[in-house]
Design a protein around this ligand. Sequence first.
Ligand code: AMP
Ligand code: FE
Ligand code: FE
Ligand code: ZN
Length: 285
Amino acid sequence: MSSRVDLHLHTTASDGQFSPAEVVRQAIALGMTVIAVTDHDTTEGIAEARETARGSALEVIPGVEISTDVADSEIHILGYYINDQDAQLRRELEVFRKSRVNRAQGMVDKLTRLGLPLEWDSVRQIAGEAAVGRPHVARAMLQRGYVSSMDEAFHLYIGRNGPAYVERYKLTPVEALKIILAADGLPVLAHPLQSTDLVPQLAKSGLVGLEAYYTGYTPEDTRHLLDLAAQYGLLVTGGSDFHGQNTGAGSALGEVVVPQILPQRLAACHRRRQAQRVRTASPTS
Ligand code: AMP
Ligand code: FE
Ligand code: FE
Ligand code: ZN
C-alpha cells in the first residue's frame, strides 16, 4: 500500500520523468492526501500541479529543492510553502537555470573530447522546458548507446569525480536557507544522513526541519534523525524523491511511508509564520 503522504518528488520541471499534471493524477489514483512538488532549483511545476489537483482530495504543497555545495559533497535544501511569485526568488532561480545550461554544455564538450560526441540539441530536447541537469545528459548518452544505464553514465562519466563532470553554480547551504526564508518558505535539510554534522550550524541559520523518512533509510536511521531533530527543536518531513520509473534516483511515488501528522505540523508552522508576518506588517495599536 502506498503512503498517503509524499513530501519529496520531481516532475519534468526539473529532472523527473512525468509532468506535474501526470504526477498529480498518479497521486490521486493512489489515494494520496498530501504531496509536495520539490523540483531542483525551480518552482515552474507548482502551478500546473495545483491546478490539476483542484477539486480533488489531494493537497499539493508548493516546494523546491535547492542544490548547494560544501567541500566534497552536495547538500540539498528543501523549501516548503515557498512563495513562487516572490520576485527575488524568481531572479535567483533564473540565475540557476542559466548556469545549468552552460554547465551541461560543458559536460557535452568534455564527453566529445573523450570520444563520446553528443548533439547539444538532443540534450536540449530531452530536457524540454526543464532546468537541464545531469540526468538529461545521461539519457542522451543512453540514446547514443554509450552506456547501458543512467547509473553507468553517472559512475563512468558525469558523477562528481567523473572525467566529464562540470561543477554547478555554487550556493552555500546558508545562502539557500536565506533565499527560502526570504520567499516565506520553510527550509528543510534533504536526505540528511550524510550531512548531520551541518545541523547545529544550519539550525542557528533558520533551518526548520530534517527529512527523516527517505528512500533507503532504515528504521534506525530514521530514529537517529528524529532524535537529532528533537535535540535542535526541528520538525521532520519525509518523502520518496520520486523521479519516475527506472531513473536510478529515489523510489516510487508514495513508496516511503510518511506519518500523516508531519504535513499537519509543517502546515501549522507555516500558518504561525504567516500570522506573524501579518502582525509585523500591520501593527495594531
Ligand atoms: P544535477 O542537479 O544536474 O547535478 O543532477 C543531479 C541529479 O542526478 C540528482 O538529483 C538525481 O536525480 C540524478 N542522479 C544522481 N546520481 C544518479 C545515478 N547514479 N543514477 C541516476 N541518476 C542520478
Ligand atoms: Fe534529481
Ligand atoms: Fe536531493
Ligand atoms: Zn530530490
